[in-house]
Design a protein around this ligand. Structure first.
Ligand code: SF4
Length: 371
C-alpha cells in the first residue's frame, strides 16, 4: 500500500486500495480524485497504475500526420482549422500530394495518420484511391485514418451505412481509426461547441462497428472549454462501457486514450478559466485511473508541449505519440509546440526522465524486438 497515511489523511484510502487491486473506480471516486487538494497524490496513484501495466517502458512511434483538407461543412465553434469551400486559406491535397509528403518524411513512417475536414465534394472513391496509393507507396506502414465523424460524413454523402463505409475502407488498407471527433460527449456542451458533428451515440456506435470488423481504434477527450468535471467523468465512463462491450463481443477495442487540452487561440469559444498545467496533469491522471480497460494513455506532446508531456509520463501516461513531422489542427488553434520531433529527440526526452524508450508501431507492438 503506497504511503498509507498520506492517502488516509486525504480520504483516498479506499480508492488507493482499489487501484492496487486493479478494481474499477466509481464516478463518485472519480469526483473525489478531481477534488483532492493534493494533485501529486492523484498523480502517484496514476503512475502506480501505469507502472503496473507497462513498467517504465515509454512508447513512441515514427509517424507522419497528413491533413488532406481543411474545407469542412461542420463549422465547430472551437475549430481554428476549418474553412468554407472557396474561402481564403482553404486547401485540398491531391492523392499525389499526400503520397509525395509521406515519401519526403525524414524517416519512413510506421504509422500514417490521415484526417481532414468533412468536405462536401470528396467522395468515398477518392479515399479508397488515397489508401490504396499510400499503402502501395509505404507497404510497411499501418494506415490509421479518418475519425468517426468523417466516417459518418462519408456514409451520408454516399447514402450507405457506416458499416459499409468501414468495410470499403478496410478493403483498401485501413487498419485503425484515430480517436478524434469525440470532443466531449455531454449533449448540452456538444450542442454549443460542435452542433453539426456526430453525437456521442453515433461516435461510439461507429467505433463499436470498427472494433467488430477487426479494426482497433483510439479515443480522445477535448477538455478545458465549457465542460464540467462531471462531463469529463461521464465521457470516460461512456468510453469504458463501450470498451467492455467491444471486448465482450470479441472486437478489437480501443488501444489508446488521448486527453487533449483545449487550445484557446483563434476560435469562437471564450474560456473563463483556462487550464493550468496542474489541471492538465490531474485530468490525465484521473483518466488513467478511470479507464481500467484501455491499455495505453498518450501524452500528445503537440497539444501539451514537450515538457508537459514529459511530466505527464509520471501522471499515468505511457506514450508520447511520435515524430508527427507536420501538424496543422492544433497549431492553428494556438498550440505552441514545434511541428515535429526526431526519433533521437523522442528517445532523449524519455531517457532523460530515467524511463525506457520503446519504439512501437500503430498497434503498440514493439519494433525490432525491443522489450
Ligand atoms: S473540428 Fe473537424 S469537424 Fe469540426 S469544423 Fe474543424 S475540421 Fe470540421
Amino acid at each position: 500500500m503506497p504511503e498509507h497515511n498520506r492517502y488516509e489523511a486525504l480520504g483516498l484510502d479506499g480508492i488507493a486500495r482499489k487501484v492496487m487491486a486493479g478494481e474499477r473506480l466509481t464516478l463518485d471516486e472519480g469526483r473525489a480524485l478531481f477534488a483532492c487538494p493534493d494533485v501529486t497524490a492523484v498523480g502517484a496513484l496514476a503512475h502506480l497504475r501505469r507502472t503496473a501495466l507497462h513498467g517504465d517502458r515509454t512508447f513512441y512511434v515514427v509517424n507522419r500526420h497528413i491533413n488532406y483538407t481543411n474545407v469542412c461543412i461542420n463549422g465547430c465553434a472551437f475549430c481554428a482549422y476549418q474553412r468554407e469551400k472557396g474561402q481564403d486559406g482553404g486547401f485540398e491535397l491531391s492523392i499525389q500530394d499526400a503520397v509525395d509528403l509521406l515519401l519526403a518524411a525524414p524517416l519512413t513512417p510506421r504509422e500514417v495518420h490521415i484526417v481532414g475536414g468533412c468536405h462536401p465534394d470528396l467522395r468515398l472513391a477518392f479515399f479508397v484511391d488515397l489508401l490504396t496509393s499510400v499503402q502501395k507507396a509505404l507497404p510497411e506502414a499501418t494506415l490509421k485514418c479518418f475519425t468517426a465523424v468523417e466516417i459518418a460524413h462519408f456514409a451520408r454523402l454516399e447514402g450507405i451505412s457506416t458499416i459499409e463505409v468501414l468495410q470499403t475502407l478496410k478493403a483498401a488498407g485501413l487498419a485503425m481509426l484515430p480517436g478524434g471527433g469525440a470532443e466531449i460527449f455531454a449533449p448540452e456542451v456538444r450542442r454549443r461547441i460542435c452542433p453539426k458533428k456526430s453525437d456521442a451515440v453515433e461516435w461510439l456506435r461507429i467505433h463499436g462497428e470498427a472494433h467488430a470488423l477487426g479494426l482497433a481504434t483510439n479515443a480522445t477527450m477535448l477538455f478545458g472549454h465549457l465542460e464540467s468535471i462531471d462531463d469529463r467523468l461521464d465521457h470516460l465512463d461512456q468510453l469504458r462501457r463501450q470498451q467492455d462491450q467491444s471486448l465482450q463481443n470479441g472486437g478489437k477495442g480501443f488501444t489508446c486514450f488521448i486527453p487533449l487540452p483545449f487550445q484557446t487561440e483563434n476560435n469562437a469559444i471564450k474560456v473563463e478559466r483556462p487550464l493550468t498545467g496542474l489541471d492538465e496533469l490531474r485530468t490525465i491522471a484521473v483518466s488513467r485511473l478511470m479507464l481500467d480497460n484501455i491499455p495505453h494513455l498518450k501524452a500528445y506532446w503537440v497539444m501539451l508541449t514537450v515538457k508537459q508531456a514529459q511530466a505527464a509520463l509520471f501522471f499515468g501516461a505511457d506514450d508520447l505519440d511520435g515524430t508527427v513531422v507536420e501538424e496543422k489542427i492544433g497549431h492553428m488553434a494556438g498550440a505552441t509546440s514545434r511541428q515535429g520531433l526526431t526519433k533521437a529527440q523522442l528517445e532523449a526526452m524519455i531517457r532523460g526522465l530515467g524511463l525506457t524508450p520503446v519504439e512501437r508501431d500503430a498497434r503498440f507492438n514493439p519494433i525490432g524486438g525491443q522489450a
